[in-house]
Design a protein around this ligand. Structure first.
Ligand SMILES: CC(C)(COP(=O)(O)OP(=O)(O)OC[C@H]1O[C@@H](n2cnc3c(N)ncnc32)[C@H](O)[C@@H]1OP(=O)(O)O)[C@@H](O)C(=O)NCCC(=O)NCCS
Length: 162
């Protein structure tokens, strides 16, 4: 395994990133990803939808962590490459931007990522699952639930005096 590097995503990465996300989110505890991208949907169509999101949001930036031959996407790491620091690099990329802007940060996240977010200054709030209410006709499907994480703004400049 080589050195990890943080790089901007390119639209040509989309199919590989989606395949990696299918692997990373394939946990019975985390069905939410498959509500966004059902496994029965044709893969080309899902890739196109993902790309539409990317290019449709001018304020968003997509980054990846790569080693010699593996693409890792924002907030999901292929299971074969977890625990190498890729997730930490991605979170730090985001919190460095928040620090430079002096703004609060918020994440809707999984429980799996909780230690990663807490190590980077996020606090889970409230300290429990947030369950998304759904119409009765969808009640037989897996519950949609997530944790909400907050990280207060940090001054971009060190406090002097006082
Ligand atoms: C959350 C996730 C992105 C972390 O990615 P990663 O590249 O492994 O992150 P890091 O290597 O920087 O590890 C950060 C921390 O996560 C935890 N962690 C990562 N992999 C782990 C594993 N296999 N088992 C237990 N803890 C693990 C550890 O607390 C680790 O900190 P440490 O190395 O100081 O012990 C990855 O586990 C993942 O893709 N999970 C499935 C998808 C998901 O839940 N994404 C988050 C959406 S909000």
């Amino acid at each position: 395994m080589g050195e990890l590097r943080l790089l901007p995503c390119d639209p040509s990465d989309a199919a590989e990133i989606l395949a990696e996300q299918f692997a990373a989110f394939s946990s019975p505890n985390e069905p939410c990803f498959f509500i966004l991208f059902p496994k029965i949907e044709a893969r080309e169509r899902a890739v196109k939808r993902m790309l539409d999101w990317w290019v449709g949001d001018e304020s968003a930036r997509y980054v990846k962590v790569v080693d010699v031959d593996t693409v890792l996407d924002m907030m999901s790491t292929h299971p074969a490459h977890q625990h190498r620091g890729a997730g930490s690099m991605l979170v730090k990329w985001g919190t460095d931007i928040a620090n430079s802007m002096g703004v609060d940060s918020f994440i809707e996240g999984t429980i799996i990522a909780r230690p990663l977010y807490e190590k980077n200054g996020f606090v889970v709030s409230p300290n429990n699952w947030i369950v998304v209410p759904v119409h009765d006709k969808w009640k037989s499907r897996p519950e949609i639930r997530f944790f909400f994480y907050e990280r207060p703004a940090r001054s971009p400049l060190p406090n002097i005096g006082s």
